[in-house]
Design a binder for this molecule. Structure first.
Ligand SMILES: Nc1ncnc2c1ncn2[C@@H]1O[C@H](COP(=O)(O)OP(=O)(O)OP(=O)(O)O)[C@@H](O)[C@H]1O
Ligand SMILES: [Mg+2]
Length: 261
């Protein structure tokens, strides 16, 4: 299975929006995806989140929330659902939810299921006619395997290529993030994707020399990948979509994602 076969097959519907990659798991992809949805929604755009694969879910009985059907609930899916402004179901927002909070291909194997690449690509294209911008949250870091097979592995980097969206890199600011950010940016560019910019997220409030790290990355990512710093998100006790959106500039994001054209 090759990513180019898949992207050719699904090339009919061009996507607009962005693919959110992270320097690692737990660096703030969901928090920032929700913030971007809120920001673009405030600007009058019709926006939806898309989480192709989510690992880590709890079962909600039919009776858990009045008026809502039961089913698996995942925190990322709930956050993206709340931050978007178009009608969509949880199954549309996330085609593949797994119970175990572990590497997705292992979570799938544990349930005797298999992640189908085409289903993830089609899921994004299915939402696009309802939106001006789709914010696709990646899974973990940039190169996470989703399918292991005799015909070759296929992962989140292949998914990003198949979707062809500009990439926004969320850098979780902690010791080691310069290396993680530069390696991830290199991988994104090597796959022929446009790194539209990066967002510095202060996940570690005690990080020493945080401003110097941001300066170094701003210079390196601009000179090596023409990728601008789109914003710095402060450490917030309970980060929500509104407070993240308040710290970003809509015009800067719209220009970086070429949504104004
Ligand atoms: N700016 C911030 N200030 C304080 N806490 C933050 C900030 N950004 C993220 N967090 C917290 O860090 C944790 C991880 O954030 P988040 O779930 O957005 O990461 P992620 O990259 O989406 O993780 P995953 O790989 O599991 O999808 C969450 O508890 C979130 O509330
Ligand atoms: Mg997440």
């Amino acid at each position: 299975m090759s990513a180019s076969d898949l992207s050719e097959e699904s090339a009919a519907v061009p996507l607009r929006g962005c693919f959110i990659a992270g320097t690692d798991t737990g660096v703030g992809k969901t928090v920032i995806s929700a913030g971007l949805l809120c920001l673009l929604g405030r600007g009058g755009l019709r926006v939806a989140g898309y989480k192709p694969v989510a690992a880590g879910a709890v079962w909600h009985a039919d009776t858990a929330t009045p008026g809502e059907p039961g089913g698996w609930r995942n925190d990322d899916v709930e956050a993206l659902l709340a931050a978007g402004n178009v009608e969509l179901t949880r199954a549309e927002l996330c085609p593949d939810v797994f119970e175990a909070a572990c590497a997705p291909h292992l979570a799938a194997r544990r349930e005797g299921r298999r992640i189908e690449p085409q289903r993830l690509i089609d899921g994004a294209r299915h939402l696009m006619p309802r939106c001006d911008a789709l914010v696709v949250e990646g899974v973990g870091g940039f190169c996470v395997p989703l399918v292991e097979g005799a015909g070759g592995d296929w992962g989140t980097d292949d998914l990003a290529v198949a979707l062809g969206l500009p990439v926004v890199l969320v850098v979780g600011l902690r010791l080691g993030c310069i290396n993680h950010a530069l390696l991830t940016a290199q991988a994104i560019s090597a796959r022929g994707l446009r790194l539209a910019g990066w967002i510095a997220n202060r996940i570690d409030p005690d990080m020493a020399y945080a401003a110097d790290n941001i300066d170094t990355l701003t210079r390196a990512l601009q000179s090596r990948h023409a990728a601008p710093l789109l914003g710095v998100i402060a450490h917030i006790e309970e980060p929500d979509a509104e407070s993240v959106a308040d710290q970003l500039d809509a015009q800067t994001v719209i220009e970086a994602l070429q949504l104004g054209r």
